[in-house]
Design a protein around this ligand. Structure first.
Ligand code: SF4
Ligand code: SF4
Length: 323
């Protein structure tokens, strides 16, 4: 496997991908049908199938912030230790947002496989992507970003090696999702997935600074660091966070996680989920005004400078664009 660094181009050598939306990298494995919650599938996965744990190897499993939180709690590890031991960097859903995926063993197997007969050793806390398989959900955010009415439907990934489809058990998609605990994961991942999809819909037209990427990575992967960013930096002097929210995020890691999505939305996309304090904002506006006055540039000269800056960023982004 080629080495990957956090902000370099990704070279994926995986045969397949359990993506966050359950899409397989090879579309020919996706059955050509749209499924609803009431559609039925015949499927069962259990230690008795001859292919048991076969799908837990040679695969890219991207982790959401909630996955990381649940997995490291299960393993009783600090975020930094968990990231170091079990993950490696990747980019998320063809964006320049850095994230992490499970680091496979040298044999290309998931490190959480206990044995061929016992399966996953963190099964009740397994990642979202593992829960989706083999039922994926079509991404409704992509359409929504363009202001179109979007549609939500499901699809089934059927791979030749997966014998689960030969088993005598029928479910509706709704029952399958309930059994796999997907609804809770969707709820917990929603705000974060929206950030990723928003970034994806912007493409590379809007460049993201290295600082913004680091912020996204830190908040998405290391809740311990994010906590200290909120409580031990100048964050609370800059942002208006009410007392009730502060108490909630101090006590509850899930609340802190959900809060991190709002902070990221505000910082990266300028939403008003978390607002800058009015006096800080006024001081910033005054500083920008004074800066403009002091440079002594005309409107045309400033526009020219802005254009050159945008062009530079654009050229840089083009050369950094993954294949
Ligand atoms: S986390 Fe568990 S279910 Fe997911 S690939 Fe690894 S062993 Fe399989
Ligand atoms: S390949 Fe299919 S049946 Fe076999 S272990 Fe994976 S999901 Fe279960």
């Amino acid at each position: 496997m080629n080495e990957k660094t956090l902000f370099s181009k990704e070279k994926t050598l995986f045969h397949k991908e359990k993506s966050l939306f359950g899409k397989d990298k090879n579309p020919s494995n996706i059955l050509p049908a749209k499924y609803t919650l009431e559609s039925q599938i015949r499927f069962r996965c259990h230690p008795g199938v001859s292919c048991f744990t076969e799908c837990c190897g040679n695969i890219k499993i991207v982790l959401t912030p909630y996955d990381i939180l649940q997995m490291r709690k299960r393993l009783d590890m600090e975020a930094a230790e968990f990231l170091h031991v079990y993950t490696e960097p990747t980019y998320l859903e063809k964006t320049d947002f850095p994230g992490v995926m499970i680091k496979l063993t040298e044999e290309g197997r998931c490190p959480f496989i206990k044995s061929k007969t016992e399966g996953c050793r963190i099964y009740s806390d397994r990642p979202t992507a593992c829960r989706y398989y083999p039922v994926g959900m079509a991404n409704f955010h992509e359409g929504a970003q363009e202001g179109k009415t979007s549609e939500e439907f499901y699809f089934v990934v059927k791979e030749a090696h997966c014998k689960g489809f030969e088993e005598d058990k029928t479910w509706t998609i709704k029952e399958w999702r309930e059994d796999q605990g997907v609804d809770l994961r969707d709820k917990m991942n929603k705000g974060w997935m929206e950030l990723v999809m928003r970034r994806k819909s912007f493409g590379y037209q809007a460049t993201l600074s290295e600082q913004a990427k680091r912020m996204f990575f830190m908040a998405s992967t290391d809740l311990d660091q994010f906590r200290s960013f909120v409580f031990d930096s100048s964050f609370l002097q800059t942002y208006d966070v009410d007392q009730e929210t502060l108490e909630r995020i101090k006590e509850d890691e899930v609340e802190l996680l959900l809060f991190s999505y709002k902070v990221l939305a505000s910082m990266l996309f300028g939403t008003n989920d978390v607002r800058v304090k009015p006096d800080v904002l006024q001081a910033k506006v005054a500083a920008i005004k004074s800066d403009h006055e002091h440079t002594g540039k005309t409107m045309e000269e400033r526009a020219e400078m802005d254009y050159k800056k945008i062009k530079q960023d654009w050229d840089k982004a083009k050369t950094a664009q993954p294949n």
